[in-house]
Each structure stands twice: as structure tokens, then as C-alpha cells.
Design a protein around this ligand. Structure first.
Ligand code: ASP
Length: 412
């Protein structure tokens, strides 16, 4: 019995758990919350991996790139892909919001109000300051991912600069990275149980009622995300990376299922890394570098949603937006997506940044908060798929991919 369980590929167990979780939630109703702790247990287990995994993998990844010029080539390409796809995503959200007008004719009194999160008062200067790690230990204790990335990058660069003398420390990080991959494999075995419990909880407590009044917005959020995944990422893999699109998506099924059920790019990070390296054949150095960075700053689902939600707010409250406002939204939504932490609900908080600048009432946040989770799940899946797509494409461009690994995605 146990043997047959482990013989089924993990991604098949995860997808089955996802479907069974939804069915169980719908049949069970709000009481399904009683098994949410199993999902929390799973999330805690993967969160435990985030700091040591980023630290060891990123330092060892940067050091493995070998020289500073190559590091610049990988980093530069990744940043270009992050920015270009981010802009396309925001304009897609703005386009969908303008053409299909989800907020037109919405009776605001009928909308179920969620709780308004405290508006985010972080300024651009605060954001810049927050990426400098004042104390690396503090940064690790707080699981502050962006300053941790900066610190790890610097250590990696230091190792490269130290040349021969840096080798002993590099070996420690290489071995730490391998150990963390093994620990990740153990934790991944919890995925089917965690995904089942989380899906049962969402389906059971949210129900369809909450969706009816906001159905159009939720539908457009899903449509926008699916378009990004299919066309931007599918196109990137097909035309830039020149790899089979089907194998790519099959290789990241685990990461997609985990991101969908946890709504957190950070919590999914260990899984995304493993999918990219093991199923897609991306080299450890490129995967660690691009995916750790991407999980924090590359959020196309969030960027698209911020554009869409701003139009939704403007429509329900009758705010007229000029073309200049559209450009302002496109910049702020991109910044908001970069600044949003890879945790559930981060995009919702970032709305305050965009809304305030173009005069959309912050009340909109309260309206959409009730259904945010179900939209968050889809935008997180988009964010995570984007990290994998960019890592794969950059790996192909810089010769850091082992195509033999990718073909074997069938036996994941
Ligand atoms: N939950 C998303 C993520 O972790 C961020 C968001 O709220 O849009 O990627």
C-alpha cells in the first residue's frame, strides 16, 4: 500500500488531492475549517525551509556562476524579462478592465464587505532602505526575503572575488545547498495532504455566494492570469527558450498546485526551485539566483490584478481616469508588484499605493477583500509560473540548462 503510494508520481498525487479537497470542501461546508491545521502544518514546514534554502542556494548559485561578467549576463537578462513581462501584464489588466468593465453597474450596497487592511504607508525611500540588511541575523529571524537576497548575493560575489581563498567557504555553501534540497524532498511528501486540507478549507468556507456579486472581477482576474500563463510564458518558452511548452508546464505542476493552494510565492519557493532544477534541467546556479529574486520581485499576476482592480474601483465609484492616469497606474502597479511580499494578501495591501495616486476610493479594498483569497491563489500561481519561465529562458540563453532532464518530465 505504502509502496504503491510512493510509486504514483508526486504531481499526480498533488492534483488528485487538489480536486478531492475542493469536492470535500463543497460537500462539508464551513466545518471544513476543522482540517485547516493540516494545511497550516504543511505551510509551516515549507516556510521553515525558506531562509536556509535562499541563503545556501543563492550563495552557492552565485559562486557557481564562476565570474562576475557571467553573473551580470544572467542577472541582466532576468531583469529585462521581469520588467517587460510585468509591463505587458499591467496593460493586459488595464485592457481587460476597460473593455469588459467589471465594475460597471455594480450595486455597491450588495457587495459583501471584507475587512479593510490598514493602508500601506511605506514610501519609496522606505522601500529602498528596507533592502539593506542592517543585521543579517535579524533579517533571517524576520524572514525578510529581499534584504536576505541582497546579503546572500554579496556573500556570493565576495566568494567570487576571493578566488582561491574563497573556495573552502564555497564548498560549505555547496554542501549546505545539497542538504537543503534533500530536506525539501522530505517536506514535499507532505504536499498532497497540505493541498487537500487547504483546498477543502477554501471551498468550504468561501462558498459560491461570496463570488456571485463579484463574479465578473474574479472571472477577469482568472482570465488575465490564464492569458499571461498561456501566452506570455508559453510564448517565452516556445519562442525564446525554444523548448516544448507542454513539458515545461508538466514540469512545474507541483509548484503551480502548491502556489494555488498556499497563495504564497515565498512558501512555494522551495518547490519552484526543485521543479526548475529537477524537472526542467535548469542549472542550480541560475535557478537559485533567478527564482529567489523572482519570488520577491517578479509578480505579473499581482501587477495585472492591480491594474484591473484600480479600474474596477474607478468604475464602481464613478471616477474618471485620463490616459495620464493609466500610465501612472502602469508604473505604480509594477512598483506595487515588486514591493509586494510573496505572502497571501500582499497584493491587496498594495492597492492602497495605486488607488491613492489616481483618486480611487480606498473603500474598494474592503469590497474586494472578501473574495481576495480566491483571486490571490490564481495570481500567485501566475507569479510562480513566471519565475520558472524566466529561469528556464535565461538558463537556455546562457547555456545553463540540461535538456535531457527536461524530456524526462514524464517520470517526475
Ligand atoms: N500572494 C501573492 C504571492 O505570494 C502576492 C499577492 O498577494 O498578489 O505571490
Amino acid at each position: 500500500m505504502l509502496k504503491t503510494w510512493f510509486e504514483i508520481p508526486l504531481w499526480q498525487r498533488v492534483i488528485t488531492a487538489l480536486i478531492l479537497g475542493v469536492l470535500t470542501g463543497w460537500a462539508w461546508g464551513p466545518d471544513a475549517e476543522s482540517i485547516k491545521w493540516i494545511g497550516d502544518f504543511f505551510i509551516k514546514a515549507i516556510k521553515m525551509l525558506v531562509v536556509p534554502l535562499i541563503f545556501f542556494s543563492l550563495v552557492s548559485g552565485v559562486a557557481a556562476i564562476g565570474d562576475l561578467r557571467k553573473l551580470g549576463a544572467v542577472g541582466g537578462r532576468a531583469m529585462i524579462l521581469f520588467v517587460v513581462t510585468g509591463q505587458i501584464a499591467v496593460w493586459l489588466g488595464l485592457g481587460l478592465g476597460t473593455v469588459l468593465a467589471p465594475g460597471a453597474g455594480v450595486d455597491t450596497s450588495a457587495i459583501q464587505r471584507g475587512e479593510t487592511p490598514v493602508p500601506n504607508e511605506t514610501t519609496a525611500v522606505d522601500m529602498i532602505l528596507s533592502i539593506v540588511p542592517e543585521s543579517p541575523v535579524q533579517v533571517m529571524a524576520d524572514v525578510a526575503v529581499l534584504p536576505l537576497i541582497v546579503f546572500s548575493l554579496l556573500i556570493g560575489i565576495g566568494i567570487l572575488m576571493a578566488k582561491e581563498e574563497g573556495v573552502p567557504v564555497q564548498k560549505v555553501f555547496d554542501s549546505g545547498a545539497v542538504i537543503m534540497q534533500k530536506v525539501t524532498m522530505i517536506v514535499m511528501e507532505l504536499t498532497p495532504f497540505g493541498v487537500f486540507a487547504l483546498m477543502a478549507w477554501v471551498a468550504g468556507t468561501l462558498g459560491l455566494d461570496a463570488l456571485v456579486s463579484l463574479a465578473k472581477l474574479v472571472g477577469l482576474n482568472y482570465l488575465g492570469c490564464l492569458l499571461i500563463i498561456a501566452f506570455i510564458y508559453g510564448g517565452m518558452i516556445k519562442f525564446l527558450a525554444k523548448l516544448p511548452v507542454r513539458d515545461f508546464f508538466r514540469g512545474i505542476v507541483d509548484a503551480m498546485a502548491v502556489s494555488y493552494s498556499t497563495a504564497s510565492s515565498n512558501a512555494t519557493l522551495p518547490v519552484t526551485l526543485r521543479c526548475a532544477e529537477r524537472n526542467l534541467g535548469v542549472s542550480n546556479s541560475v535557478a537559485a539566483f533567478v527564482i529567489s529574486l523572482g519570488a520577491t520581485i517578479n509578480m505579473n499576476g499581482t501587477a495585472m490584478y492591480l491594474g484591473l482592480a484600480t479600474l474596477f474601483g474607478a468604475q464602481i465609484f464613478g471616477v474618471d481616469l485620463s490616459m495620464g492616469d493609466y500610465f501612472l497606474i502602469s508604473i505604480l502597479a509594477t512598483l506595487g508588484a515588486v514591493g509586494a511580499a510573496g505572502i497571501p494578501g500582499a497584493g491587496l495591501i498594495m492597492m492602497a499605493l495605486v488607488f491613492g495616486a489616481v483618486g480611487v476610493p480606498l473603500e474598494t479594498i474592503a469590497f474586494v477583500a472578501g473574495v481576495d483569497r480566491i483571486m490571490d491563489m490564481m495570481r500567485t500561481t501566475t507569479n510562480v509560473s513566471g519565475d520558472a519561465a524566466v529561469a528556464t529562458t535565461v538558463a537556455v540563453m546562457t547555456g545553463e540548462i540540461d535538456r535531457g532532464e527536461m524530456v524526462s518530465a514524464d517520470d517526475v
